[in-house]
Write a protein that binds this ligand. Sequence first.
Ligand code: PBG
Length: 337
Amino acid sequence: MAANSMSDFERYSKMGLRRLRGSRWIRELVAENRVSVDQMVQPLFVVDGISRPEAVPGMTGVFRETPDSLLKQIENDLEKGVRKFILFGVPADKREKDFSASFTANQISEIRKRFGKDLFLSVDVCLCSYTAHGHCGVIPPEGDHVDNEASVQALADLALSYAQAGADCVAPSDMMDGRIGAIRTLLDQNKLYSTLVMSYSAKFHSKFYGPFRNAADSAPKSQSLKDRATYQIDPSRMNDAFLSSLRDSEEGADILMVKPGLPYLDVLARLSDQIKKPWAVYEVSGEYAGVEVLAQNGLMSAPAAHLEAWTAFVRAGASIIITYGARNAKDYLSALS
Ligand code: PBG
């Protein structure tokens, strides 16, 4: 073969790749993954003791709902094609221990009464909206650490109440050791065999949760423990995320999660390849608000940017996308296609 003759591959890669980008029709045919509203979960905040819905700063279209406005919001979301939700209950009564599930459990029962099985309801399980100090677990009187055992017990009790009230899925986001096993055992002892457990298994210690903490009253306020570094995963630690997810899987988690999304796409890609359970990704408040704030400043188009992020999640191995933009996804998809 003459040294300067091109192989088919060389000719193809030199001349051909733009052919498959040439029209919307061919791009649709060769797309390697697609985003659908069917795979999306809409977060909802319901707050005890407020008299009207409150906008969450930076998060267009996201509100702290009253029990009444929550039901209206869900009705609107169902009309927008969203059928899967994750509920965050924010009680007014903050405690150090002996937490009461009743506010959140009542909202779950109301949702069930009103919508029956027309929707899939997951409920976030954590203590950060229940404690005055804002940490995700119980701080004993010494005040210098989050106690694992006491926290797991309290979390399992909340999860049981939510499941009994009608949650399809409980989703612990606290990052204590052993909570998945404790929750699964308690659910099974109460014959709630079909309640799913979605673990926030690879949840990192992230600044991208900023806007959420206003929504859920959950910023850490303790003097001696200023952040969540002693229980959430260090951003540098892929191995910790892997071990945490493997453990949660073995303890009975049905669905695993990476959170946040875009800054941890590598983790999602690697872990979803290594552990063959369904993977959810949580596009957190700071990611969502980031796009919205840029768009409000005329620096990019929000619909296209959201779709790009969601496509990246699916490409990296997520089957479930938890996003504040779920309720707009159908409009975005039809506007852009
Ligand atoms: C806490 C919880 C957090 C989120 C979901 N559950 C925040 C935190 O850990 O501080 C973050 C969600 C978001 O930022 O959108 N249990």
